[in-house]
Write a protein that binds this ligand. Structure first.
Ligand SMILES: Cc1cc2nc3c(=O)[nH]c(=O)nc-3n(C[C@H](O)[C@H](O)[C@H](O)COP(=O)(O)O)c2cc1C
Length: 192
């Protein structure tokens, strides 16, 4: 597998809620993975996007994000858990695109209460399966997340960094494998 070319990985900050914890979690993740190498990171903050629009109607502000989604080989969603699932902002963002997800790797950094946001992750796996995207197994997860960060840093930095590195390792494997496969043959969403 050709991994000499960096993997283009978009990190999506999923919560667009005022006062969100997601910013803290995402900034920690971005800082942690920055030195790992082999990645070209694009940070997509859903709080900065106009999600009340469509890429299929021209002109649309959402089209500005579409080329970044299309250019990415892989995505890490930083997702909280709301009512045992993921936020509406993430679903709206996913639904703006179809073929752009196809044949790509998707991973998760999740946070929430007792379940650490993992119910969001499991729900998102179903959505991405329907879009022909491959979700990776390992996650970074923060249970009772509001108690897990002090001054922007996790209270267990070693465990958290190890989880982030493990996730990135799987993202690289799947991301490169799928990028090579996409270059050999076109995979479509299968949606009519
Ligand atoms: C509307 C709402 C529903 C929530 N539901 C759950 C839930 O079902 N399970 C859970 O573990 N945490 C739940 N929480 C707690 C959130 O996961 C936690 O507040 C998290 O920090 C929210 O992410 P954000 O601050 O980045 O938006 C909920 C929070 C909100 C605002």
């Amino acid at each position: 597998m050709d991994s000499s070319e960096p993997l283009r990985m978009a990190v999506v900050i999923g919560s667009n809620r005022e006062g969100r914890l997601g910013e803290t979690v995402a900034q920690w993740f971005l800082r942690t993975i920055a030195p790992l190498g082999g990645l070209e990171i694009d940070t997509v903050d859903l709080a900065e996007l106009d999600l009340h629009t469509s890429i299929r109607v021209e002109p649309s502000p959402a089209q500005a994000i579409s080329h970044r989604v299309a250019a990415a080989d892989a995505f890490v969603f930083v997702t909280p858990e709301y009512n045992h699932s993921y936020p509406a902002s993430i679903k709206t963002f996913i639904d703006l695109h179809v073929e752009e997800w196809c044949g790509k790797a998707v991973g998760f950094v999740s946070y929430g209460g007792i379940a650490g946001g993992l119910r969001s992750v499991e729900a998102l796996r179903l959505v991405f399966a329907s879009l022909n995207a491959a979700t990776v197994r390992n996650t970074v997860s923060f249970a009772n997340a509001w108690n897990q960060f002090i001054d922007g840093e996790p209270i267990d930095p070693v465990r958290s960094a190890a989880a982030a590195e493990s996730l990135v390792g799987q993202m690289k494997w799947w991301g490169h494998a799928l990028r090579n496969a996409r270059r050999e043959a076109v995979l479509t969403s299968g949606q009519e």
